[in-house]
Design a protein around this ligand. Structure first.
Ligand SMILES: Nc1nc2c(c(=O)[nH]1)N=C([C@H](O)[C@@H](O)CO)CN2
Length: 121
């Protein structure tokens, strides 16, 4: 099994949705990310610069949601993952994105994507 760095339950506010009323409000999105990384290298050096900094990545996601606007959560997920792969040199990432308020009768709705970088870092 490959090592991971993960982020679970990251809550962000975003203007997101297909309907006109959704373009006027902020809604909550919840992000879970699993990012492949060989954790032996940072463990051997005790060096933050050798790992995937989950704090920096979380802040990047919060900023992305504050600055960008989409209709579908699929579009947000794809654009965000494209950016994270380049900016943080991710080899592979699985993103689960939930929109908790969207279907009150459901425990959760959302999308899950797994993407690999064209370049292996
Ligand atoms: N697969 C998706 N289905 C739906 C989405 C979406 O982004 N992806 N969005 C909506 C509406 O914006 C909804 O969330 C409003 O409550 C409906 N279905």
């Amino acid at each position: 099994m490959k090592d991971l760095v993960f982020i679970e339950g990251l809550k962000a506010q975003a203007v997101i949705g297909v309907y006109d009323w959704e373009k006027e409000i902020q809604q909550e999105l919840v992000f879970d990310l699993e990012m492949e990384h060989d954790n032996r290298v940072p463990a051997a050096t005790d060096d933050l610069s050798k790992t995937l900094d989950y704090e920096a990545i979380s802040n990047h996601i919060l900023r992305f949601c504050a600055e960008r606007q989409f209709e579908l959560i699929e579009t947000l997920a794809e654009n965000l993952v494209d950016e994270l792969i380049v900016d943080f040199k991710l080899n592979a990432v699985t993103l689960t994105l939930r929109k908790p308020g969207a279907v009150p009768a459901a425990r959760a709705v959302g999308v899950k994507i797994h993407r690999k970088s064209a370049i292996m870092y």
